[in-house]
Design a binder for this molecule. Structure first.
Ligand SMILES: Cc1cc2nc3c(=O)[nH]c(=O)nc-3n(C[C@H](O)[C@H](O)[C@H](O)COP(=O)(O)OP(=O)(O)OC[C@H]3O[C@@H](n4cnc5c(N)ncnc54)[C@H](O)[C@@H]3O)c2cc1C
Length: 805
């Protein structure tokens, strides 16, 4: 056996083999896969082999599309069969909300180049004749859906990898992974020790155990899953004899997926009485066996399926496949460099290995070899969960995810499992004021404050929700007087040391401010993609506070650590510095009443330390509401005291608490972009107009400079613009296509309702040459073409007089 290699991939399931193949495909051949048994010895061998592109996240859907197209390539390279059946598939909708979701998906597919179609009950009958369409409104048809042979496909990946120079060691159990001081790894196996520069954890069912060997907790959990294969069914035999093949049918109402298997059918369920498996760890001796049949938990599902597919009621069951596979808390894979651990990569938590495995392999190989993936993959980045995550949190979230696998996913939905988890000292005070809570990165965040008679739970919807009135009231109260909310959901970082400024100048593209001032700056990847959107506060020549998205903490800390330099220290202080923002025309008067500091001379973008009430605070004059406003940061231990000070002073000015729903409406008045909506690694500074914050004239060779300069010289092909939309009861959410002269020319990044201007607003990309004031276009919202026009004058405070005054 080889004793050194550049990459040791642990695990020979479909995911490990895909990673191995993609590493060779992108040029690394000194790569090795270690499998404790035979290839496919985890979840892979008993998978139903189905694949599909449908995914709520657009980039995940694109990677699923890549995976599906890859199989033909694999067959050609290796001469092996993947057992492909491109039979197409339909997803049924039996109520309006479900149908709305399919309409929204179809709309996204238009700019993604996916040829899906909405079909009605008559067409469903023609496409999938065994379906009882009673109560069905329509369906989404995807010609790319299909199924394959799981074992053949995994072996095809393995052969293609070997052809590219990779080595595969089967019956080679990894027992330990020990890091050397230089960051490389000793991988201790039954067959000896391998010295590897990088490790990839593709341990599938055992990924938790493999991670623990390096002291890493991977937030995933195995769930039991069952599908049945029937005896021959005459109606299916008739289709086959006529030269056809029955397509896949996903029936979300029945939580089932169905496809042809041989001359019968195969049907699997995501049942509500589902069961987590191996709660305290996956036994090493588990391998090529199945779990005992468990019909009790799928009795209701089977009865439902008999009504939807009556032929099933007459069919005998030939075999039952009941096995475990893993999920992360949100159901997406865990991929990428593990934060805080050098040269350790994750390729686990993949619950749909045959839809996603190719995309996971490609992404990881790009990240390892080229330094960054080609697209935004935050939805599956292992860094999207924080250090606060524990098995006690993961388990209920994974159960919830399994149960909701086929549920309608609403844009405003707040999932209830494992909550409240993390709360600030304001939780009870805000709850008493009627807070309706949402959740971000494990943290409870007030969405809005319900008054008597208003719903204390926001009903999930694709249309304007029942939080509309409360949101409007809060937004207008800010614009007319003063509002207060927490600043707990900002990611905050403290950068200190004699070289703090130099380091920031290299890591951030913008100007680093002078003491007492703030600046806004993008952070760029070497390829010039947006990987951060920061506010920098200079608290002293050697002390800076950075604020950015709360959910990106691990993502940003990983980057900072990867680019660490002597003389500058960076700490994540997100939960160690809390406080409030107060915003609106009366904000200055409220603050003045709470401090003896003279704030009259405090300019827009100033930052100062001052005592507010009896609390030491950092106060900065800036507000994401676009209004006159202050962010006031303090030690969380003093947060309640600070609250009472500000709240009491605010009473005479009509102060109201406002939540995230109002905040997101207020930012639209000024067309302010938001992280992971307008600003993400999918986009560049010039496309999003963040190039105005790049300090091209600073001497520092900041990361991404060359790419940003090239983009500045060439000009971007597309531009972010704002639209006023002629909407009805549904506003833009994200990824709605933008139509001009009958073709799709762009897509929306976000939108909503401006309660201040009483207008529906969207933000989205247009080709640069079309991005001009007044251009009239159409935006497809839930299947309806809505007129919209480009606007460039902010709806509030167009000259900035209030914000800066
Ligand atoms: C009943 C059922 C039906 C399914 N149907 C579908 C479907 O239709 N479509 C779909 O896309 N997905 C389906 N899945 C999910 C699919 O099986 C998984 O997504 C996929 O198999 C995950 O592959 P993996 O490589 O990540 O993990 P695994 O298949 O679990 O592979 C992990 C490998 O790592 C090896 N390993 C672990 N620890 C070590 C160690 N210490 N040393 C060496 N080797 C080690 C194991 O032996 C194993 O071979 C289904 C799952 C089940 C249970």
């Amino acid at each position: 056996m080889k004793t050194t290699c550049q990459v040791a991939v642990i695990g020979g399931g479909v995911v490990g083999c895909s990673v191995l193949y993609h590493l060779t495909k992108l040029g690394w051949s000194d790569v090795m896969l270690l499998e404790r048994s035979e290839l496919t010895s985890g979840s892979t061998w008993h998978a139903a082999g189905g694949f599909h592109t449908l995914n709520g996240d657009t980039n995940m859907a694109a990677l699923q599309g890549y995976t599906i197209r890859l199989y033909k390539e694999l067959e050609e390279i290796t001469g092996m069969s993947c057992g492909l059946h491109h039979v197409g598939g339909i997803t049924l909708a039996d109520n309006q909300d479900r149908f709305d979701m399919l309409l929204a998906e179809r709309a996204k597919h238009r700019f993604m180049g996916l040829e899906t179609e909405i079909v009605g009950p008559d067409e469903i009958k023609k496409i999938a004749p065994i379906t009882n369409t009673d109560g069905i409104i329509g369906a989404l048809y995807d010609p790319l859906d299909g199924h394959l042979d799981p074992s053949g496909t995994t072996h095809a990946y393995a052969k293609a990898a070997r052809m590219g120079g990779a080595t595969i060691e089967t019956h080679c159990m990894v027992r330990e992974t020990n890091q050397r001081p230089d960051g490389t790894w000793d991988v201790v196996t039954d067959k000896g020790t391998i010295h590897a520069e990088h490790i990839v954890n593709a341990g599938g069912l055992w990924a938790r155990e493999v991670g623990a060997m390096a002291g890493i907790y991977f937030p995933l959990h195995p769930m039991e899953h069952q599908y049945l294969v029937t005896d021959n069914i005459p109606e299916i035999e008739a289709i086959i004899d006529a030269g056809g093949e029955h397509p896949h049918v996903m029936d979300p109402a029945g939580e089932s997926y169905l496809r042809q298997e041989g001359r019968g059918l195969c049907i699997g369920f995501y049942e509500q009485p589902c069961k987590p498996w191996a709660v305290d760890g996956t036994p090493w001796e588990f391998g090529h066996e199945l779990l005992p049949d468990d019909f009790d938990k799928i009795t209701d599902s089977i009865e439902f399926a008999y009504r939807r597919f009556p032929v099933l009621a007459e069919a005998g069951v030939k075999s039952v496949i009941h096995g475990p596979f893993t999920f992360a808390p949100d159901g997406n894979p865990l991929v990428g460099p593990v934060p805080g651990v050098r040269n350790y990569w994750s390729a686990c938590g993949v619950m749909a290995g045959f839809s996603q495995g190719g995309g996971v392999g490609l992404t990881l190989a790009q990240w390892m070899i080229e330094g960054e993936p080609e697209r935004d993959v935050f939805a599956m980045d292992v860094a999207r969960f924080g250090d606060w995550i524990t098995p006690g949190y993961t388990r209920p979230k994974v159960i919830e995810n399994y149960q909701k696998r086929f549920s309608v996913a609403y844009p405003n939905e707040e999932l209830p499992a494992a909550r409240p988890n993390r709360t600030t000292p304001m939780y009870d005070i805000f709850s008493d004021l009627g807070a309706v809570w949402g959740q971000q990165y494990g943290l409870e965040v007030a969405n809005y404050f319900a008054q008597a008679g208003e719903p204390s739970y926001e009903t999930p919807s694709f249309r304007r929700s029942d939080a509309f009135a409360a949101t409007g009231r809060e937004a207008r109260a800010v614009r007319g007087g003063v509002g207060i909310n927490e600043v707990h959901n900002f990611g905050k970082y403290l950068v200190t040391g004699p070289r703090a400024r130099d380091w920031l100048d290299r890591i951030l593209a913008g100007r680093i401010p002078a003491p007492g001032r703030l600046s806004l700056t993008p952070m760029l990847s070497p390829k010039g993609k947006l990987i951060g959107d920061f506010t920098v506060s200079c608290l002293g020549e050697e002390e800076f506070q950075l604020t950015a998205s709360y959910g990106a903490q691990n993502f940003h800390m990983r980057w900072f650590q990867q680019h660490q330099e002597d003389g500058a220290t960076v700490e994540n202080i997100s939960d160690r510095r809390n406080g409030f923002q107060i915003a609106g025309p009366k904000a200055r008067e409220v603050l003045a009443a709470c401090t003896r500091a003279d704030i009259s001379g405090m300019r827009f973008m100033d930052v100062r330390r001052m005592v507010v009430g009896m609390t030491d605070c950092i106060v900065q004059r800036v507000s994401y509401t676009g209004d006159l406003g202050f962010e006031i940061y303090c030690d969380p231990m003093a947060q309640r005291q600070l609250w009472w000070t500000l709240w009491q002073a605010g009473q005479s000015h009509g102060m109201v608490p406002f939540g995230m729903r109002a905040m997101m409406s207020l930012r639209l008045d000024k067309f302010f972009g938001s992280w992971m909506r307008e600003f993400s690694p999918d986009y560049t500074p010039a496309e999003t107009r963040l190039d105005r914050f790049i300090a091209f004239n600073k001497p520092a060779d900041f990361i991404g400079r060359a790419a940003a300069e090239t983009e500045r010289a060439d000009g971007p092909a597309r531009r972010l613009v704002a639209f006023e939309v002629d909407a009805d009861d549904a506003d833009v959410n994200a990824y709605e296509p933008i139509w001009l002269d009958g073709t799709v020319v762009g897509f929306c990044t976000s939108g909503g309702y401006s309660h201040y201007a009483r207008k529906s607003v969207a933000i989205g990309f247009l080709p640069t040459e079309r991005a001009a004031e007044g251009l009239e276009i159409k935006i497809e919202i839930l299947g309806q073409m809505r007129k919209a026009k480009v606007i460039s004058t902010p709806l509030f405070d167009a000259d900035g007089a209030r914000m800066r005054g």
